[in-house]
Design a protein around this ligand. Sequence first.
Ligand SMILES: *Cc1c(COP(=O)(O)O)cnc(C)c1O
Length: 362
Amino acid sequence: MTHAIEPKAGIMEIAPYQGGASHAEGVSDVVKLSSNENPLGPPESAREALRKTAHLLHRYPSTDHMSLRQAIGEVHHLDPARIICGAGSDEIIHMICQAYTGPGTEVIHTEHGFAMYRISTLASGATPIEVPEHERKVDVDAILDAVSFRTRLVFVANPANPTGTMLGSNEMGRLAAELPDHVLLVLDGAYAEYVDGYDGGAKLVDKRENVVMTRTFSKIYGLGGLRVGWAYGPAHVIDVLNRVRGPFNLGEAQLAAAEAAVRDREFVDRSRAENARMRTWMAKALAEIGVMSDTSTANFVLARFDNADEADACEAHLRADGLLVRKVAGYKLPNCLRITVGDEASCRRVVHSIGQFKGQDG
Ligand SMILES: *Cc1c(COP(=O)(O)O)cnc(C)c1O
């Protein structure tokens, strides 16, 4: 049905974002491995900081997020003046599209790239341009080939979701260097902390004027429900984003809990180590039952099946067992399932259940 009141061009092309499943028909005690959440839960330090904000909820929050930006700057050795915070990195992605794109401009994302890039691009009235990947890995030359005078942004997640693959710093540096001056490269570092010693692209940001890095508290920090993300970029980009940012886009509870979490390095180190241990175990155990995956650098494994029907049947089998994983046909990976690295018991259960499925199947 058409209405006399219509949204601007592009809005009705947006397919609403599909989150990971959180319940299964007829199963009360489900294991959720569909949204890349930290199996350790939120850090106690963040819960404690959040509780302390309860008596201040009648006050408007800080608009400049100074205290959180300083904490992030100290921990990551970055200039707080070039950090901006948002309601998840989703809001930052949205602000970047709002500020830099519009009708008649193009935004490049890759074949299996994160859904929000396309959604935020269409919401701003711009045209998303999808470029191929090579064997589930971002292809720098394919991106460069797609650039035109209309291109404003290029989105690359590193590590990437849902593939779990990663580009090396040489390739990323080459991409930044070879993009024309009018194109901003957005490096999405949602999973950066899972890669030991990786700075998420911060050094590349410092070296150049055309790179911005986004980060989140939703993954390794175990705070997806809190909604806090941030970006680090050149001064001119941060200035632009601050003009489109809502003045009270983060509440005091979010700010306080995120600040405690970023200073809690023990929690991050423990999460990274535990994830690496169980990810290695799970990928190997899956390979032993004939389910292959690319080497993952994040907190999930992209399991490959023979075809889309087998992947769908396996997902249904797991769901009936109370195990929720992510279908990724919407990411052009219909023969794959993305499985979050859970705690040891969940990883063992999911591998066992896939083993049963493969047994009856083959
Ligand atoms: C989970 C994820 C995010 C984080 O989104 P938030 O809004 O910060 O929760 C960003 N990018 C990618 C690729 C992700 O997988």
